[in-house]
Ligand binder design. Structure first.
Ligand SMILES: Cc1cc2nc3c(=O)[nH]c(=O)nc-3n(C[C@H](O)[C@H](O)[C@H](O)COP(=O)(O)OP(=O)(O)OC[C@H]3O[C@@H](n4cnc5c(N)ncnc54)[C@H](O)[C@@H]3O)c2cc1C
Length: 547
């Protein structure tokens, strides 16, 4: 046992470390130009872009033991499946599509939401009449198609808009008061919650829908070898592995950042940022690019930063929204569903047939879809509270309740004996502390607080006027939020901010703004000064270094 005075001394050291940075030099284990927090799409995009433009004194700190973040391609069944992002949405202006299509890495997904390929099953296990399906689905599609124009000046929620329009369109229709019509609206509601990652479309901003820009072209491109291929493209491992950019070697895995001190550090560190990980290691840099999900910023943004983030930044974190979408993947010994359909949905056509207690979550599964390249796998999609509940279930119970539901509805509808799945896999985006949700959206709170992605993306500047904290990640993109192409563009944006910052006027080494050492002309940029001295910031803001 330790004597009491040793224990007291330990406590004192810990306390001192928290209130001051005088121990920083003792604990420092590394110093780099730029630290990137997070090795998801935006982090890898930022890192590769910096390295390509000559800023290679960087480090990535990643809390998980893998790269990709919400890109999570995993082995399953006879190949791979996606626990996170699934498709490349659109072509025109989509950076992912541009990179991937030139090497033929994409293919048409089997999922395209063509009504011909969809089956709707009623509460009693009956297949809903095709003519009725087409009619109601058609009405809802019409509303969706006109929503972009209608919602420009709309102040209500997406749910209010849709329900009102649907009621209007169904007026005088023989189905207007039917439970089937209500069941279809409920199905579109669940679909909208998956698209926006919202708990309810009454919390989704109607006007916010206008902010999201759809890239023209096919919306469901699938990857031939999994979404993680995009990381190889960013790292330049494709097309030629020998040209791979050294980013993996600059990544510390299992490095969970829990404290960032960004202003008023003492002595020679005065313009630097100190990043502390949960293992106690401290890393010092001139700039930190944060790619944390909005979910992590919401949970930890209040106490992760010292001093606290500016009020406008905290307001943006509060006002932008993130929700949860999950998948359950089921691998069967053989395909038991009809070959000519790809999407299966159970509609709540009997509102009085109550589900029993906790098992209700399973009735909130929006769709069961077939999976590209995996003929024996079905993927169930769900969102909101049902998804959060599902994440907490013991695996055996999850398997049992899913099997029962599928047998009760799909087994009955197709008149087949549904075998038990051989494998089950689920995502847990809400309960994983490194994500706390799946993707961001614009909610009613966004409108109330009048905040924007641009405010979230705004760099935080220290007392000496230097942008020390930079923000990337899907939620910081004004029009492509919630996507991989948005995340990648945001990483490039912040890398560019830094490369521009370090760019000196040409000719670099003979002008007034001279680097002390050397200048390095780089492809695509006029020049980037190499190995700037510690006083570089004074050179930038004050007298030239050589003066
Ligand atoms: C179920 C699902 C389906 C989706 N479908 C699509 C789709 O079809 N098409 C599409 O374009 N997009 C889709 N998306 C969205 C897309 O995956 C994301 O927008 C994108 O991957 C986000 O990348 P990012 O770099 O912004 O964030 P992330 O991928 O979240 O990267 C942030 C990284 O930071 C790390 N981190 C967190 N906390 C810490 C910490 N304290 N210290 C250090 N590291 C930390 C995380 O581990 C993570 O690796 C989907 C997402 C989900 C979840």
């Amino acid at each position: 046992m330790w004597p009491i005075y040793v224990f007291t001394a330990e406590l004192l050291v810990v306390t001192l470390f928290i209130i001051t940075d005088i121990f920083l030099p003792m604990r420092r284990i590394s110093e780099v130009r730029v630290i990137i927090v997070g090795a998801g799409a935006s982090g890898i995009a930022a890192a590769t872009s910096l390295v390509e433009h000559g800023i290679d004194n960087i480090m990535i700190l990643e809390a998980e033991n893998r790269t990709g973040g919400r890109i999570n391609t995993v082995p399953f069944g006879n190949g791979v499946v996606e626990l996170g992002c699934q498709w490349v949405h659109g072509e025109e202006g989509n950076a992912v599509f541009s990179m991937a299509s030139q090497y033929g890495l994409l293919m048409d997904s089997v999922i395209n939401y063509d009504i011909e390929k969809m089956v709707f099953i009623g509460s009693s296990g009956n297949i809903v009449n095709r003519k009725t399906t087409e009619e109601l689905y058609g009405i809802l599609r019409e509303i969706s198609n006109s929503s972009k124009t209608d919602l420009v000046n709309y102040t209500g929620s997406l749910g209010e808009y849709f329900s009102h329009k649907y009621k209007q369109k169904l007026e005088g229709h023989p189905l207007s008061n039917s439970s089937l019509a209500r069941a279809f609206l409920d199905w579109v509601h669940k679909g909208s919650n998956i698209e926006d990652a919202a708990d309810s479309w009454y919390e989704t901003s109607g006007h916010g829908q206008v902010e999201y820009q759809v890239c023209k072209g096919k919306q469901t491109w699938a990857w031939k070898s999994g979404y993680s291929t995009v990381l190889d493209l960013l790292k330049k491992r494709i097309p030629d592995p020998s040209n791979e950019l050294p980013v993996e070697s600059k990544t510390n895995f299992k490095a969970e950042v829990n404290k960032i001190r960004w202003n008023n550090l003492s002595g020679e560190n005065k313009n630097k940022v100190a990043v502390e990980c949960s293992d106690g290691s401290v890393h010092v840099a001139d700039h930190v690019i944060l790619t944390l999900s909005l979910g992590v910023l919401k949970k930890r943004g209040d106490f992760m930063f010292q001093p606290a983030l500016p009020a406008q930044k905290l307001n943006a974190i509060k006002g932008l929204c993130i929700g949860n979408v999950d998948k359950i993947l089921l691998k069967y010994p053989y395909r038991w569903w009809p070959d000519n359909f790809t999407v299966f949905s159970v509609l709540k056509t009997n509102e009085t047939a109550a589900c029993i207690g906790e098992k209700c979550w399973v009735h909130d599964i929006h769709v069961f879809e077939v999976v590209d390249n995996q003929p024996h796998v079905l993927s169930a999609w769900l969102s909101g509270s049902a998804a959060r509940h599902m994440e907490q279930l013991p695996e055996e119970q999850l398997m049992q309740e899913t099997i029962e539901f599928i047998r009760e509805f799909m087994g009955k509808a197709f008149n087949v004996t549904v075998p038990s799945p051989e494998e089950l896999l689920r995502s847990s985006w809400s309960s994983n502390p490194h994500f706390h949700g799946s993707y961001s959206f614009r909610c009613m709170e966004t409108e109330r607080l009048n905040v924007s992605a641009a405010q979230l993306a705004e760099p935080v500047i220290n007392n000496n006027g230097i942008s020390v904290l930079l923000f990337a990640g899907e939620a910081t993109h004004s029009s492509y939020y919630s996507t991989v192409h948005g995340a990648i563009e945001s990483g490039w944006r912040e890398a560019k901010r830094l490369t521009e910052f370090y760019k000196m006027e040409m000719p670099c080494c003979s002008g007034a703004w001279c680097c002390q050492d050397w200048c390095l002309p780089l492809q695509g940029w006029d020049a980037v000064c190499g190995r700037l001295e510690p006083t570089w910031s004074e050179a930038w803001y004050g007298a030239p270094l050589s003066a």
